[in-house]
Design a protein around this ligand. Structure first.
Ligand SMILES: Nc1nc2c(c(=O)[nH]1)N[C@H]1C(S)=C(S)[C@@H](COP(=O)(O)O)O[C@H]1N2
Ligand SMILES: [Mo]
Length: 392
C-alpha cells in the first residue's frame, strides 16, 4: 500500500478514506502525522518488549498476591524457600513495571495516529478490536500510575490499592490477549522482517532502549545490591534507615513507641506460655541472614538473631500442622495481625527476632520482638509482636 504523505514504506493502513470535508480539521487533516515511524514494524519491536514486561509483571504480581492473600486450598502449602524467592520476584515486578513506563510511552506515540483513522469503525469486528485497545490502554495507564505511586508509598485515591492493582492486571492480560489475537497477522508479518531501513528508526529505538536502561539502572538498586550505587531515582535506598534498614511504618505511626515495661509474649497454644524478654533471651539463640522484601520493590538483607519460632511452638505444644495468628502491639493498621502457614512457622530460619545486625531492635524495626521468615512478603513480617495464637 502506498503512503501518499511521505512515499516511504507502508504506514498503518494508510491511506484510508478521508473524513468529510468539514471534519478535516486538527488531527483529521491529511498529512498531520509526518514521522515515518508511525508504522507497524516499529510498533511490533516496541510491543514485544512492552508485552514481555506486562507478562512478567502479571506473573510476579499474581505470585505476590497469592503469597500475601492465598486461597484456602493453597495457604498451608506455600513454600518458605527459596529464601530470596519473594525478594527476586517482587524486585522483578517493580523493575519490569518501571521499564514498562517508557515502553508504553514509545508504543503509544508510535500508534497514536490510528486514534484518528477514518472511518472510526470499518466493521463490528474492527469496532470491538478498537474497544479492546481502549480498555488495554486505559487499564495499563492506570495500572502503571498506581504501581508507580505505590512505590512512593503515596495513595491519593479512595479505592484500595491492592485489589484495584490486582483486577486491573487481569483486565490488562485479557485485553492484551485479544489485542495480540486481533493483530496476529500484522505481528507475524513484521516480527522478523525489516521492510526497509527507515530513516530515524534506529535512532528512535536506540533512544527508547536508553530510556528503559536509564530508569532501570537508577531505580533497580532498591532491590539489586550491586546496582545500589546508581540508585538515584528510586524512592528508597535500602541501606538508609535506623540500623541500616528502611522502615515503612514507624513506631510513632503505629503507636508503639513506648512498649509496656511488663511486656510479655503470649503464646496461646495447648500449653499457654507467657514469656518476658529475659525468658526469650535465655532460650537457644539462632541467627539467620534474611531479607525484608517489601511489596513496594525495595528489599534489604540483614542478620537477625532471636528465638526459632518452632522452638516456641514446641514449648507451647502446638501440633506440627498448625497455622498461627500473629498479633502486634499495634492497635490498628492493616498489618496489626497476620496469619502464618505451618510451612513458614516450622522453617528453621523463621525467627522471633530480638536483634538485627547485632543490636537490639530499634523501635521502628519492631522492638521488643518481630517476625522474620524466608520467602515472605515484607507486609507479613510482623513487628512489635505481643501474641502468637495457635489456630490448630
Ligand atoms: N505490626 C506491623 N508490622 C509490620 C508493618 C506494619 O505496618 N505493622 N509493616 C510491614 C511492612 S509493609 C514491611 S515492608 C516491613 C518492614 O520492616 P522494617 O520497617 O523493619 O524494615 O515490616 C512489616 N511489619
Ligand atoms: Mo512493605
Amino acid at each position: 500500500m502506498k503512503d501518499t504523505t511521505t512515499g516511504g514504506p507502508r504506514r498503518f493502513d494508510l491511506p484510508l478514506p478521508q473524513p468529510p470535508a468539514r471534519l478535516r480539521i486538527g488531527p483529521l487533516r491529511e498529512g498531520t502525522f509526518r514521522s515515518p515511524l508511525h508504522e507497524p514494524r516499529t510498533a511490533v519491536v516496541i510491543g514485544r518488549w512492552l508485552g514481555a514486561a506486562i507478562v512478567l509483571c502479571f506473573l510476579t504480581g499474581l505470585l505476590s498476591h497469592i503469597l500475601q492473600d492465598p486461597p484456602g486450598w493453597l495457604r498451608d502449602h506455600l513454600p518458605s524457600r527459596p529464601v530470596n524467592g519473594y525478594r527476586v520476584t517482587q524486585g522483578l515486578h517493580v523493575i519490569a513495571g518501571t521499564a514498562a513506563i517508557p515502553l508504553l510511552g514509545a508504543k503509544l506515540w508510535t500508534v497514536y495516529p490510528k486514534l484518528f483513522e477514518w472511518p472510526p469503525a470499518r466493521s463490528v469486528r474492527h469496532l470491538l478490536e478498537r474497544l479492546a485497545i481502549a480498555v488495554l490502554v486505559a487499564a495499563t495507564l492506570l495500572e502503571l500510575f498506581t504501581g508507580l505511586l505505590n512505590t512512593l508509598q503515596w495513595y491519593p485515591w479512595p479505592f484500595p490499592f491492592r485489589q484495584t492493582h490486582f483486577w486491573l492486571g487481569w483486565i490488562i492480560t485479557g485485553a492484551l490477549l485479544l489485542h495480540v489475537a486481533a493483530k496476529a497477522a500484522t505481528i507475524g508479518e513484521h516480527w522478523w522482517r525489516v521492510r526497509a531501513a527507515l530513516p530515524g528508526r534506529r535512532a528512535f529505538l536506540g533512544t527508547v532502549t536508553a530510556s528503559v536502561a536509564a530508569v532501570t539502572v537508577t531505580t533497580a538498586g532498591q532491590s539489586v545490591p550491586w546496582l545500589r550505587g546508581l540508585d538515584l531515582l528510586a524512592p528508597r535506598r535500602p541501606d538508609l534507615g535506623p540500623q541500616g534498614l528502611p522502615v515503612n511504618r514507624t513506631a510513632a505511626q503505629a503507636g508503639t513507641t513506648t512498649v509496656p515495661a511488663d511486656w510479655q509474649l503470649t503464646v496461646d497454644g495447648p500449653v499457654p506460655l507467657r514469656l518476658t524478654l529475659a525468658d526469650l533471651r535465655a532460650m537457644p539463640e539462632h541467627t539467620a541472614r534474611l531479607p525484608i522484601a517489601c511489596v513496594e520493590g525495595w528489599s534489604a538483607a540483614a542478620e537477625w538473631t532471636g528465638v526459632r519460632l518452632r522452638d516456641l511452638l514446641d514449648r507451647a505444644g502446638a501440633p506440627p500442622g498448625a497455622r498461627l495468628r500473629i498479633v502486634s502491639l499495634e492497635v490498628s493498621g492493616p498489618y496489626a495481625a497476620t496469619e502464618m502457614a505451618p510451612t513458614y512457622a516450622r522453617d528453621p530460619l523463621t525467627l522471633l527476632a530480638l536483634t538485627v545486625n547485632g543490636r537490639v531492635l530499634d523501635a521502628d524495626h519492631g522492638y521488643p520482638a518481630r517476625i522474620i521468615a524466608p520467602n515472605r512478603p515484607g507486609v507479613l513480617q510482623t513487628k512489635w509482636v505481643s501474641r502468637i495464637e495457635v489456630l490448630g
